[in-house]
Design a protein around this ligand. Structure first.
Ligand code: ATP
Ligand code: MG
Length: 357
């Protein structure tokens, strides 16, 4: 298929809850940034999620992956609603789509923007990226419950770590560290777990031999949790399993002001499949429909998307406009202690971008 480099073809899945609200705030931002650079944005929107599940019994169509493969990238809001079992939407949509596209790596940058209040003191200059293995580990769903007589039930969860998955995530992490400060922290728990995490240690060290300019350190996950709060500026790129990456990235988001500030990308480096870019947060039913969700996590996910497609100028415009907007507390949403609405933040970002020319 020939692709027009002037046009970004975006598949948009707004989803449920605050998903459509933050996506609606983000798409015009991406369009304006691209047009300022002489490019165009072409959007195909898909109404997949909870409402579709209630109407048709499935959150997305069977050929969903084929549909989004026509696009250069996917912008995803969130799924989840209280009246639908969580697995129907989470597994039936976002995890299913990630698996069908084989998006093996999840990137979660955390950056403290000047002017944004945080619950942790002294976060100025925090700028790190968590590279999370996205397909296996403790989340493969292997195991079961054994009923060995009353009071003796066993829940057995089997973690699976493959060399292939570790290598894919490790290559991404080393390459990223090489483009940043040249410092990679591998997060494992090899003192207490005997098979999976020692394999991580070994495979990552081997992959590191291809990246002699990157300094690798290995940190136990418990020590990393403490260090992330005590010395977050000592960190640059972190490489972690599915479980540890999940936990640490929520922790890290606090350093940037919370879930409303945390973007992510699901990618398969080196493959010709569209990445899925999404805020780390979920559908947040408690605030959905009120127009008060913070759109920054989604906007920054959009900036990652533009970067990955090579539109680095447009990506910078989005990030710079977000940063400039956040300096003014009048543009902070409730999660940041302010009272701006989603739409007010969106128009402030657009206004900033337009005034920057
Ligand atoms: P899901 O089940 O889809 O994960 P959730 O209810 O767990 O949804 P999360 O997204 O995990 O919601 O977020 C937890 C809480 O953080 C939300 O209930 C909401 O109060 C707050 N929150 C999350 N994202 C945002 C945002 N973008 N803006 C403001 N507050 C947010
Ligand atoms: Mg949640």
């Amino acid at each position: 298929m020939t692709r027009d480099p002037e046009v970004v073809r975006l598949a948009v899945i707004p989803g449920d809850g605050i998903g459509p609200e933050v996506v609606a705030a983000t798409v015009p931002t991406l369009r304006t940034a691209l047009e300022a650079e002489g490019h165009r944005l072409d959007v195909a929107s898909y109404d997949w999620g909870g409402e579709r599940y209630l109407r048709q019994g499935a959150a997305m169509p069977a050929d969903a992956a084929g549909l989004v493969k026509k696009a250069d990238a996917v912008l995803f809001g969130a799924v989840g609603r209280p009246d639908v079992p969580e697995h129907e939407l989470v597994w039936g949509l976002i995890i299913g789509l990630r698996q069908q596209l084989d998006l093996a790596v999840n990137l979660r940058p955390v950056r403290a923007f000047p002017g944004v209040p945080t619950k942790v003191r002294d976060t100025d200059g925090v700028d790190l990226v968590i590279v999370r293995e996205n397909t296996e580990g403790e989340y493969v769903g292997a195991g079961g419950v054994a009923h060995a007589g009353s009071g003796h039930d066993l829940g057995i969860e089997v973690a699976v770590h493959s060399r292939r998955a570790i290598e894919r995530a490790a290559h991404q992490a080393f390459a990223l560290a090489g483009r940043r400060s040249g410092h990679l922290s591998l997060v494992t728990k090899s003192n207490a777990m005997r098979y999976g995490y020692p394999l991580w240690d070994r495979v990552v060290r081997e992959v590191g031999e291809h990246y002699p300019a990157v300094r690798l350190e290995t940190v136990l996950v418990d020590a990393m949790a403490a260090r992330m709060i005590q010395a977050p500026r000592s960190l640059d790129v972190l490489l972690a399993s599915n479980l540890f990456g999940d936990i640490l990235s929520d922790l890290a988001a606090v350093l940037a002001g919370g879930m409303g500030m945390a973007p992510s990308a699901n990618v398969l480096p080196g493959a010709d499949v569209p990445g899925i870019y999404e805020p780390v947060h979920g559908s947040a039913p408690d605030i959905a429909g009120k127009g008060v969700a913070n759109p920054v996590a989604c906007m920054l996910s959009g900036a990652m998307l533009l970067d990955d497609l090579g539109h680095t100028g447009a990506a910078r415009r989005v990030r710079d406009a977000v940063a400039a907007t956040l300096r003014d507390v009048r543009h902070h949403t409730a999660d940041l202690g302010g009272n701006a609405t989603t739409a007010e933040v969106a128009s402030a970002v657009l206004h900033t971008m337009e005034s920057q020319g």
